[in-house]
Design a binder for this molecule. Sequence first.
Ligand SMILES: NC(=O)c1ccc[n+]([C@@H]2O[C@H](COP(=O)([O-])OP(=O)(O)OC[C@H]3O[C@@H](n4cnc5c(N)ncnc54)[C@H](O)[C@@H]3O)[C@@H](O)[C@H]2O)c1
Ligand SMILES: [Zn+2]
Length: 362
Amino acid sequence: MELKKFRFAGKETEVFVGADILNDIGNKIAEHDPYRIVIVTDTDVKKSYGEFVKKKIEEQGIECLLLDFHPGEAQKAREIKDRILDEMLGFATADSGVVAVGGGIVLDVAGYAACEYFREKLKFFAVPTTLMAAHDAAIGAKNALNSRFAKHSFGVYYPPEFVFVDVETLQSLSQRETRNGLVESIKHAMAQDTDFLEYLLSLPSDLKLSKEELLKIVNHTIDLKLECMKGDEYEMFNPVLHLGHTLGHQIEFHSGFNLTHGEALSLGIRAEAVLANKLGMLSSEEVTRVSSIFEVIGMPKKIPNASEELFGKVIDGLRYDNKRTRNGTPFFLLKKLGAPPITINGNSIPKEQIKECLKAIS
Ligand SMILES: NC(=O)c1ccc[n+]([C@@H]2O[C@H](COP(=O)([O-])OP(=O)(O)OC[C@H]3O[C@@H](n4cnc5c(N)ncnc54)[C@H](O)[C@@H]3O)[C@@H](O)[C@H]2O)c1
Ligand SMILES: [Zn+2]
């Protein structure tokens, strides 16, 4: 088992990464001595891992309450978080804890609820079971919820006591969910480590990954993310973290969440590569290379259901972006592969130019 650490506001979070380690989750929780535990999961993960984690914690003599909600990005909403909070009342004491078992959506909702309940008193623990959550959503203190207008309109910082990744759990992911998670690894690799990029592109095309392959991907992606978070624990300024996300979040939201986060992000990175080229930053050869990278891992070739109306919604939606300032919504654009992106003020980019970039990948 590998142990990594990150800090947020003086508090340290341990990150355990290993294979076949889930049996140990009860012990690890017990070391933190919570009175009771609320486990938050989704209705699918509940059957596969939620109930197992509950059993392991109960074996330590700790009483558990298992709460769930349906899977899907639409559940990452205040209403669901409020329902979880209501259901915790009367059970969770100020010296209890919350364990999130699931993907990035479960982690965001559970972390947000843990933060609000009794005003930041409960201990939070993350047990990510998707690739996306294991090496991205669980790493750092951010928790966000969506609004009717956009992704991540509301957010809190609430770091877990620990993150516990058993890569064996990632072997039951569908091919689509494995691809989804790989896009964040590719994002980091494109900006920070082109050797790792080559490795990711050489993975078997069916993406049935061995534990060794998963360990390598998860460990290395976490290391690259932690490098970005050095000096930026709030994850606000490091441009690598946000590469592709400005348009990616809009494309995801306006697909009605029919695209996964990773699928939309791949389209966002491609559209923003075209934009970087139009602004004289990225060569045409590298724009083609960026597209082919996502083709290799089986991402959508085009924005689905592209239309003038959709482009209008995506461009208008930029005003709801949570990074928007008086200077507009920032873009994080590549100058070349293997180097960090450059932050560009949104107000300096004409809307027509953004539309052309969306059209270029439609
Ligand atoms: N807070 C952050 O810093 C941060 C960072 C990255 C991503 N995110 C967010 O995370 C979300 C995406 O996370 P996700 O991709 O994990 O989505 P998700 O939580 O919806 O999980 C995807 C699907 O996989 C299923 N699943 C989970 N574990 C499984 C397993 N082991 N085997 C089989 N199926 C399993 C789930 O039931 C779900 O249907 C997005 O909302 C994204 O914005 C947040
Ligand atoms: Zn992302």
